[in-house]
Design a protein around this ligand. Structure first.
Ligand code: PMP
Length: 305
């Protein structure tokens, strides 16, 4: 694993080997931590690293922290500055993934959210593809249901809630699929194991609304904007029924890790023509240009290191 040499840990940048928590830490014992997943893209021609939408990522992270009654002095700007400091320290010149985490840092037993100290950490890892088959993914409907907002905040990136994602991912992988689609408690298609979903139906781009227990993805938000402004597509945020994906023209998944992954089969049924469709292909090309800092119009989404 290409882990960073340094990490941000409890207030300062330290060698990764010194960034350690106790086995008695609340966040470890109870999953009371919230995290982000941010990517940085290396542009070889420009010899520059671009961090994609860090403000939005940190804003969501601070919202997740708020849902777990965490208190912090950090705001979006100070978290971006700390990210740049950490990236400069290790002088990254490749594609990377950053993992910031706020966690309940007290030691000892006692499940609750209040009267606990909150800490922040971040490390970096070299990163390339997450879904190997990202132009031709085969997925299944998971037998697991997506966490419900009345169980664990679904719009928060809560560490403990990722047991749900892990169950979904492992069962799909062991059954030979690249990924899974997950229904919420109402039976609507919610998302993948750690990515949002979109379908093209009758030429309209459709994605579940933020009230269907999805994580409010930054990639999702970016794709909606690109589809409307650059492809002139109509985009609807509405609930999606299970069988709609069988008759959709196109299906794809979005996420920081998964980027834009074309789904070409669902439970062995071809989606549309059974190959990546034109809308997915166009969005992938647009998105790649934006991420690498090659699209001037969306330069404000990137922070250059
Ligand atoms: N859903 C879940 C459960 C996720 O973990 C992620 C990845 N953060 C996403 C969706 C996609 O969100 P984003 O585009 O912000 O990475």
């Amino acid at each position: 694993m290409d882990l960073s040499k340094h990490a941000f840990f409890e207030g300062k940048i330290v060698p990764l080997s010194e960034a350690k928590i106790s086995i008695a830490t609340h966040g470890f014992l109870y999953g009371t931590a919230v995290f982000g997943g941010i990517r940085g893209y290396w542009n070889e021609e420009m010899q520059r690293l671009f961090v994609f939408r860090p403000y939005d990522h940190f804003r969501r992270l601070l919202h997740s922290a708020r849902m777990l009654a965490m208190r912090t002095e950090y705001d979006e700007e100070s978290l971006i500055q700390l990210t740049l400091d950490l990236l400069h320290t290790d002088n990254w010149q490749c594609d990377i993934y950053m993992r910031p985490t706020f966690y309940k840092a007290d030691l000892g037993i006692g499940v609750r959210l209040h009267d606990l100290k909150d800490e922040f950490s971040m490390f970096v890892i070299k990163y390339e593809k997450y879904v190997k088959n990202d132009t031709d993914a085969h997925v299944t409907f998971s037998s697991w249901r997506r966490i419900d907002d009345n169980v664990i905040p679904a719009r928060g990136k809560v560490a403990g809630a990722y047991v749900n994602s892990a169950l979904i991912k492992t069962d799909a992988a062991r059954a030979g699929f690249d990924e899974a689609l997950v229904l919420d408690q109402n039976g609507h298609v919610s998302e993948g194991s750690a990515m949002n979903i979109f379908m093209v139906r009758d030429g309209v781009l459709v994605t579940p609304p933020v009230t269907d227990n999805i994580l409010e993805g930054i990639t999702r938000k970016s794709v909606i904007e690109l589809a409307r402004n650059e492809l002139g597509l109509e985009v609807h945020e509405r609930s999606i029924d299970r069988t709609e994906v069988f008759i959709a023209e196109e299906l794809f998944m979005t996420g920081t890790a998964a980027q834009i992954t074309a789904v070409t089969r669902v439970d062995h049924r071809p989606v549309g023509a059974g190959v990546m469709g034109p809308v997915t292909a166009k969005l992938r090309a647009l998105y790649e240009d934006v991420l690498r800092g090659r699209n001037k119009k969306y330069a404000h989404w990137n922070v250059a290191v």
